[in-house]
Design a protein. Structure first.
Length: 96
């Protein structure tokens, strides 16, 4: 409880949350690109190879996906920790 009391405001900041959730977002985008490049869906691979402007769109989409996943996972983790902290705090108050 003491750790969360000291670090809860620091962990709520967006740049800290991006650092926490970044690996999950990058892993998801990496899996998507591996799936795309492997050629398991022939029509998608043909579309990818026919128009090179699709690469720019895919890079923009990848950055947006990484950002969303990073923020979502870190915010969710922070919310769970905050809820647990508040529950423990209320139990401590009732015990007195």
């Amino acid at each position: 409880m003491a750790f969360w009391e000291q670090n809860r405001e620091k962990r709520k900041k967006i740049h800290f949350q991006l650092m926490i959730g970044l690996p999950a977002g990058v892993l998801l985008v990496f899996a998507i690109f591996i799936s795309m490049i492997s050629g398991w869906h022939k029509k998608a691979l043909m579309e990818f190879n026919s128009n090179k402007s699709v690469i720019l769109i895919l890079v923009i989409a990848a950055v947006l996906i990484v950002g969303f996943i990073a923020l979502f996972t870190a915010r969710h983790k922070w919310d769970l920790n905050e809820q647990h902290y508040r529950e423990l705090l209320s139990k401590k108050q009732k015990a007195k």
